[in-house]
Design a protein around this ligand. Structure first.
Ligand SMILES: Cc1cc2nc3c(=O)[nH]c(=O)nc-3n(C[C@H](O)[C@H](O)[C@H](O)COP(=O)(O)OP(=O)(O)OC[C@H]3O[C@@H](n4cnc5c(N)ncnc54)[C@H](O)[C@@H]3O)c2cc1C
Length: 473
């Protein structure tokens, strides 16, 4: 009997499994796929490696959450610092998001001149530094008393930033700038969307500030692809079951039974890294089913359309670009495309002289449900995005070695989820209404981007830290 069974090896599952293992607990980690990492994994296609979704690691710096958890595990990842962390291309404007404030400000103020620029960007910079100094909050959902007590722990954070928490980001930005050009607003909106996973109109100003300001903190490129990081992170766990989908979990008196196609495993405690929307399907017991079912309404169907490419080129590229178009691209939810390149010296992911490219754009998973039009739609969007990438980044068609794409359906087939980007904390979805890392069911826990705290490495790692506290380890 294991102390813990962790179902799913995404950021949350792998990190908490490695942490518990480092603390001496007997842990089994189950992953449906051969690759660890879920949305942050690396896969091989026709001999070439690709990051499946995530490409940037934020929050790995002294005093920041990812480093705090990796340090607690005793793990040091193999990274390269990325600066600028993104280069934003909008028509003829190229804006690198440098870590250094002055360096970034000099460019933004030429590309998007405005009298309020200094006030606005200084606010973004300062709040980003101050936010991470507040640390002792946590969130529990075990019962109403524990929930209320945990919510009290947010009081210092709320008091400190109440001015920005209470207001809508879109209104605040409009009011602060007064007259702001459509292009400048889109420049801000596109960056907010990739971090907050929600539009300015849906979020408070504090979330927008954090989304706009993460580039002032250290950001990293992972050598060998994110998959390599997961293999290293979990290397000391003895029981990693790859290609092992958990199809059913039955709660017994003091333990759980976990079923795969061929075997039954037992564990005292279970941590689910599956999405909160899909977890009900795993349980035959009505009380557990009911608990997860009430969160199905949080599914906003937001997803990603991906283009993967290997190119052979002697040009130099930054690690990450955001290309902003003038209108929303058909079959997507966005006018901005995020394009990541492997490092030119990273021969662990591609041969020298080649680049592995992962490009993504927001879409709605329901756009991809019609089987009759699916193939045509996919081909059409792949071609549109390919043309944009080639044109804006000056890549010749002849430099492409291979190109293919993926939709919400592809993610569903591989990692059991079509909603991607997790659960954004919005004006409507606020803490008391969101699932936490614990549940009212004894010894059953959650981790990942659809439960507290939110999506992306820093968000999921805040959840890992929360879970660590709730487990008392
Ligand atoms: C296109 C895209 C780009 C992104 N870019 C970034 C970025 O650059 N930086 C960043 O910080 N974040 C980024 N994100 C967000 C980030 O990738 C996710 O928030 C994070 O990886 C989610 O981690 P998770 O813990 O929720 O696990 P998930 O990624 O959801 O992984 C869950 C795992 O569980 C497995 N699983 C599911 N069901 C079962 C089962 N029944 N049995 C066994 N295993 C199961 C799945 O196969 C999967 O491996 C991006 C996301 C996407 C989609």
């Amino acid at each position: 009997m294991k102390d813990f069974a962790v179902v799913g090896s995404g950021v949350g599952g792998s990190s908490i499994a490695a942490l518990l293992n480092a603390k001496g607990y007997d842990v089994a980690l189950f992953e449906k796929e051969p690759y660890l990492g879920g949305c942050s994994s690396t896969f091989i296609h026709k001999g070439y490696k690709y990051n499946s979704g995530a490409t940037t690691l934020a929050g790995y710096a002294e005093g920041y959450i990812v480093k705090e958890i990796f340090d607690a595990i005793g793990f040091t990842p193999k990274l390269i610092q990325t600066d600028p962390s993104i280069v934003i291309i909008q028509n003829d404007k190229i804006t690198p998001r440098y870590k250094n404030f002055e360096q970034f400000f000099a460019v933004v103020t030429i590309n998007y001149p405005h009298t309020k620029n200094k006030e606005f960007w200084e606010l973004v910079y300062t709040i980003n530094k101050e936010f991470y100094d507040v640390k002792n909050y946590y969130y529990s959902n075990q019962n109403i008393f524990k929930k209320l007590k945990s919510l009290l722990s947010f009081v210092p954070l709320t008091l400190k930033f109440q001015k920005y928490l209470k207001v809508n980001a879109h209104s605040y930005i409009q009011k602060l700038f007064g007259n702001i050009s459509k292009d400048y607003l889109q420049f801000l909106e596109s960056q907010i969307l990739i971090v907050a996973q929600a539009s300015m109109k849906e979020i408070n100003f504090l979330t927008a500030i954090l989304a706009l300001g993460y580039t002032f903190n250290e950001n990293h490129y992972v050598i060998g692809g994110f998959g390599a990081l997961f293999d290293d992170l979990t290397q000391n766990i003895n029981a990693i079951h790859r290609n092992s989908e958990i199809t059913k979990i039955v709660q017994q008196k003091d333990f759980f039974e976990l079923y795969t196609k061929d075997e039954i495993f037992k564990a005292k405690k279970v941590i689910l890294n599956t999405t909160v929307y899909d977890s009900a399907n795993l349980f035959p017991q009505m009380n557990i089913k009911k608990y997860y079912k009430k969160y199905e309404k949080l599914n906003n169907y937001q997803s990603s359309f991906m283009v993967y490419m290997t190119i052979k080129s002697n040009k130099e590229f930054s690690h990450h670009y955001q290309i902003i178009q003038n209108k929303v691209i058909k079959n997507t939810l966005s006018q901005a495309l995020f394009v990541s390149f492997s490092d030119e010296n990273d021969t662990k992911i591609v041969p020298k002289g080649c680049y592995s490219i992962t490009a993504s754009i927001h879409t709605d998973s329901r756009f991809w449900e019609n089987e009759a039009t699916y193939k045509m739609q996919k081909k059409e969007l792949e071609a549109t995005l390919q043309n944009i990438i080639l044109e804006k980044l000056s890549i010749d068609k002849g430099e492409i070695i291979e190109i293919f794409s993926a939709t919400s359906k592809t993610f569903q087939n591989y990692i059991n989820r079509s909603q991607l980007g997790g659960n954004a904390i919005t004006m409507k979805n606020f803490l008391p209404f969101l699932p936490a890392n614990d549940t009212p069911i004894k010894n059953l826990y959650n981790v990942g981007d659809t439960v507290y705290a939110a999506q992306g490495w820093p968000g999921v790692m805040l959840g890992v830290k929360n879970l660590k506290r709730l487990l008392g380890v």
